[in-house]
Write a protein that binds this ligand. Structure first.
Ligand SMILES: [Zn+2]
Length: 348
């Protein structure tokens, strides 16, 4: 079905459900870890890593400690891997944790944090999806998510067997005997996850993607290493920091970008939810500029990013940031509306 509405989901949409924001991810993890006394093997490696890289002693007093952001940390490791370089103390030998191991530890860490914190989420994404179904617009709506969590995924999966979630890439589960099926064309709802997802397992050996097994009509995030359904080699969730463009060289993320472009092609409306449109997100800018210049539609841009305690100054800067970017300023509508209100009532 032709897409006439694209809903962009930024970090603010997940934060509205209780997900920790970027900068709080690590402190949330170590608070949690100290709380329940679990001590997986990776934790020791991470303690050492934070001490050596950022001078943070996880076992010590944590009040007032400022952690680096998840993205800057992951970004540095990605660059080292990309350049075939390393850091002192992180050699490419089997006796010491290398850059890749730490990278994987960090990815599983964020899955763990999101799994725990979103277990009791408020359900705004579900409310949104139900409203769109009620209004008969669910299959003419496409979602572009910048988040790694699976809040919107599970809200859409719950609509099965009436509708199928379509990520726009192929998974090994479709071929193997498994609990996921190829989305039916006339019943599919497009979800483009530009930065990847913590429930997709990427196999660098056979370059395939596997979806984590579905449990009672829900997807789940992966918290530890799983082997590839196709070749049996270890896989890792596929995610890439938004500001690190090289990560986009991944074959599947390329396909996802193409799919997102296609959804934007004829849309009448783009609704930005919980997204402040930061200057550093070049990939999103690139995608939107291409859509604006290459395609015929002149969509209306609606911004929904109100939250408690937001200052008038912040609102004004954000509004300007959107207006500055798009050619057709008159089509940018900045609303003082929260994500939760949008989910329940729409924007009208
Ligand atoms: Zn494989």
């Amino acid at each position: 079905m032709a897409i006439d509405e694209v809903i962009f989901l930024g970090a603010g949409a997940s934060a509205a459900e209780g997900a920790p924001v970027q900068k709080d991810l690590f402190s949330a993890f170590f608070r949690m870890e100290n709380g329940d006394g679990r001590n997986p093997a990776s934790t020791g490696r991470l303690h050492r890593f934070f001490k050596q890289f950022f001078g943070i002693d996880i076992t010590g007093q944590q009040e007032g400690v400022v952690f680096p952001s998840f993205e800057e940390t992951l970004g540095m490791l990605e660059i080292a891997m990309d350049r075939g370089e390393s850091f002192r103390g992180y050699p490419a030998t089997t006796h010491a944790p290398d850059v890749q191991t730490i990278r994987e530890d960090l990815i599983f860490l964020i899955a763990l944090v999101l799994n725990r914190t979103l277990m009791t989420s408020g359900g705004h994404h579900k409310t949104l999806v139900k409203r769109l179904v009620r209004e008969g617009r669910i299959t003419s709506t496409a979602f572009i998510s910048l988040n790694y969590d699976i809040l919107i995924d599970n809200a859409l999966i719950e609509l099965h067997p009436g509708f199928d979630l379509d990520y726009g890439v192929e998974f090994t589960n479709y071929i193997r005997e498994c609990d996921w099926q190829i989305p039916r064309k006339d019943k599919s709802i497009a979800l483009h996850k530009l930065h990847g997802s913590l429930n997709w397992l990427y196999c660098p050996t056979c370059v395939s993607l596997t979806l984590t097994p579905r449990q009672r009509e829900a997807a789940r995030l992966v918290e530890k290493s799983v082997t590839c359904l196709s070749c049996g080699m270890p896989t890792v969730p596929i995610i890439t920091p938004p500001t690190y463009l090289k990560g986009m060289q991944n074959y599947f993320l390329h396909q996802i970008m193409r799919g997102a472009e296609k959804s934007l092609k004829d849309t009448q409306r783009i609704i930005f939810c919980g997204y402040s449109f930061p200057d550093a997100d070049l990939l999103v800018r690139y995608l939107l500029k291409r859509a604006e210049l290459n395609f015929d539609s002149r969509p209306e841009m609606i911004i929904v990013n109100e939250y408690e305690g937001k200052s008038a100054e912040n609102r004004s800067i954000e509004n300007q940031r959107y207006k500055r970017f798009f050619r057709d300023k008159s089509r940018v509508r900045y609303l003082n509306r929260t994500f939760s209100d949008f989910c329940t009532y729409g924007f009208g």
